[in-house]
Design a protein around this ligand. Sequence first.
Ligand SMILES: Nc1ncnc2c1ncn2[C@@H]1O[C@H](COP(=O)(O)OP(=O)(O)OP(=O)(O)O)[C@@H](O)[C@H]1O
Ligand code: SF4
Ligand SMILES: [Mg+2]
Length: 332
Amino acid sequence: MVNAIGTSQQCNPRHIVEAKDLKVIYKTGLGSIEAVSGVSLYIDSGEFLGLVGESGSGKSTLAYSFLRKVPYPGKIVGGKIFLRCRDIMSFSEERMRRIRWKEISIIPQAAMNALNPVYRVGDQIAEVIMEHEGIGKREALSRAEDLLDLVGIERQRSRSYPHELSGGQRQRVMISMALALNPSLIIADEPTTALDAIAQVHILNLFKELRSKRGLSLLFISHDISTVLELTDRIAVMYAGRILEVGPANKIFSDPLHPYTKALIRAIPQIGGERGKLCYIPGSPPNPIDIPSGCVFHPRCTEAFEPCDKEEPELIEVEKDRFVACHLFSRK
Ligand SMILES: Nc1ncnc2c1ncn2[C@@H]1O[C@H](COP(=O)(O)OP(=O)(O)OP(=O)(O)O)[C@@H](O)[C@H]1O
Ligand code: SF4
Ligand SMILES: [Mg+2]
């Protein structure tokens, strides 16, 4: 049987990671928030996938789900996640700990605040290496310095404490930590936000180099759509916990199909303003504890018609490798 994103019910060996009908909720005092609502999405081996959408659409929650590490009070309550065809939902926490960093690592959003303030940054990187590879401190520290060098930080900075580094340098330390064990998949959640333009280019080039040298796969989350376009092969557009469109990056940009994707692309400033940053889309994202019935985008959609407030459209393939969840296409 073939599902909406063209994969069989079994896993596909080409996919490094794949979520199937994934559901994640946060139980809060005000009610239950379904931050990821029936998402099916894969990343091919060696592929760079971009994930875009307004704030609160569920990008980070989906990213952490791939590591089975959704922050409290979040919980994966449905669906499956396959990592290289292994169903990681069935793994013990100990087995997941061995996988994180080594096979799949994350550069967290606001990475610059993720370091432990009381340890030197070199020691923190070395700790990750020692824990997984069982090598001595001296060798691990030397590897940590190589990694700092790779992300453009002087080796002697390994002796600095986080507060002695700038926000951009701390962000790069976290990037070096994510690279430490040579994982085949990196999830980068807004990895370049704290970096100046030169450091941004350095990091983006580093990702490209790691792909060509080591076959790195990347899930790249960013509000900077022009960077996503430049770096990634495909883009998934997320809104209110759902994937509304997936397709090749150039097509998403030049010929967006879903009304929400069109609005996102229109919101990129053409002249002036900060390059590629998301601007304003009329209306606001839904209240997460009161998601609209039917199509989640219908209250803001200028193309809404009769079934849109009642029936939720499925994500279907509308042309080769292009998937859209919109009645404008499903009703054709
Ligand atoms: N710890 C939490 N407790 C309760 N709700 C949460 C928590 N973390 C996220 N959420 C809710 O889950 C939804 C998705 O949040 P998430 O952080 O995944 O979105 P995002 O797309 O990454 O947003 P941003 O672009 O701002 O980083 C939002 O409605 C958010 O309010
Ligand atoms: S399903 Fe209807 S409301 Fe939703 S995006 Fe398509 S046209 Fe707009
Ligand atoms: Mg986020």
